[in-house]
Design a protein around this ligand. Structure first.
Ligand SMILES: NC(=O)c1ccc[n+]([C@@H]2O[C@H](COP(=O)([O-])OP(=O)(O)OC[C@H]3O[C@@H](n4cnc5c(N)ncnc54)[C@H](OP(=O)(O)O)[C@@H]3O)[C@@H](O)[C@H]2O)c1
Length: 287
């Protein structure tokens, strides 16, 4: 049986992908209610992470952050790691990933990091970009499962490489949404024609598809039903700052964006879509 721990925004549709491919699946979520609907699709519900480790040989983890992964792994007697393949798919620091690999391998288990790019629509349709760190043999071995999440999982090299690449890519999410918010805010506040601005932008080398994905939410100032909430982007900015500092990359811009995201959290918008950063940068009447 396959195990899946963490059926939140991303984990839930990913667990569904494993079920619809016909794999017997045991799921665990700290808040039980979020995993319960998977029972109707054939999943076995575990009461504890330990139950998943005692019944499954391959275990996927899709948890908030490194401390959450640590808490779950710490609840498992180390002997239970022996012979297991643990695939960590959340966005965490490369150092955290290396620490988990050491703990699990020292206990006779295997560890693969496989963070993903893309959001809940891509998780549901199996179009995530999966970034894999570990050995090439482990990558090959896990490909049939990882292909359910994304058609072309990339092999990045040893543990830590995929975690670093994921943070480098998320750095672009953070700075692009900030840059787009400022430009859109300037056009709107200056009484400009937003559709004309977008037509020009789409024809230019400055365009990123993310702009159109977020435009409607931003124009309506309706950031409910998040794919990726403000609180997780703030978590990622903190990780990106740490990872950048570790290798001597300037973090001044990122620290300002961290402050801006913190303002969004302080305003109570932590569970809204991350494009709510627009509301901090270019204040509107409605939210
Ligand atoms: N959402 C996206 O668009 C997206 C895209 C790419 C990558 N990611 C990354 O994927 C990971 C999951 O994101 P998500 O959006 O699915 O987040 P989410 O909806 O908040 O889910 C987080 C999951 O972690 C569990 N969890 C948190 N702390 C825990 C703990 N101490 N012990 C046990 N379980 C714990 C939560 O359980 P409860 O339900 O009990 O809280 C929930 O199942 C994050 O690292 C995120 O950065 C997200």
């Amino acid at each position: 049986m396959i195990g899946f721990i963490g059926t939140g925004l991303m984990g839930f549709p990913m667990a569904q992908r494993l079920l619809s491919a016909g794999y017997p699946l045991m799921v665990y979520n700290r808040t039980r209610a979020k995993a319960e609907p998977l029972q109707a699709e054939g999943a076995v519900l575990a009461e504890t992470p330990g139950e998943v480790f005692s019944r499954c040989d391959i275990i996927f983890l899709m948890l908030t952050d490194g401390p959450a992964v640590k808490e779950v792994l710490s609840s498992i007697p180390r002997v239970q790691f022996s012979g297991k393949m643990i695939v960590q798919m959340g966005t965490i620091l490369p150092e955290e990933s290396l620490e988990f690999a050491r703990t699990i391998e020292d206990a006779g288990g295997e560890y693969l990091e496989a963070p993903v790019l893309g959001s809940t629509p891509e998780a549901s349709s199996g179009r995530l970009i999966v970034l894999v760190g570990g050995s090439r043999e482990q990558y090959q071995q896990m490909l049939p499962y990882l292909r359910l999440f994304g058609p072309e999982p990339f092999f990045l090299g040893e543990i830590g490489k995929a975690a670093t690449t994921k943070l480098a890519l998320n750095q672009l999410i953070v700075t692009l949404i900030t840059a787009f918010s400022i430009s859109l805010g300037m056009v709107q506040a200056g009484g400009g024609d937003v559709e004309l601005f977008m037509r020009i932008l789409r024809q230019s080398a400055l365009y990123a598809p993310m702009f159109d994905k977020k435009l409607e939410r931003m124009l309506n100032r309706d950031f409910r039903r998040p794919n990726f909430p403000v609180k997780h982007l703030l978590k990622d900015v903190r990780l990106i700052i740490k990872a950048a500092q570790h290798v001597g990359i300037s973090t001044e811009v990122l620290q300002s964006i961290q402050d801006i995201l913190q303002q969004a959290v302080d305003a109570g918008w932590q569970d809204l879509d991350y494009s709510a950063i627009f509301q901090v940068l270019a204040r509107g009447e409605r939210l």
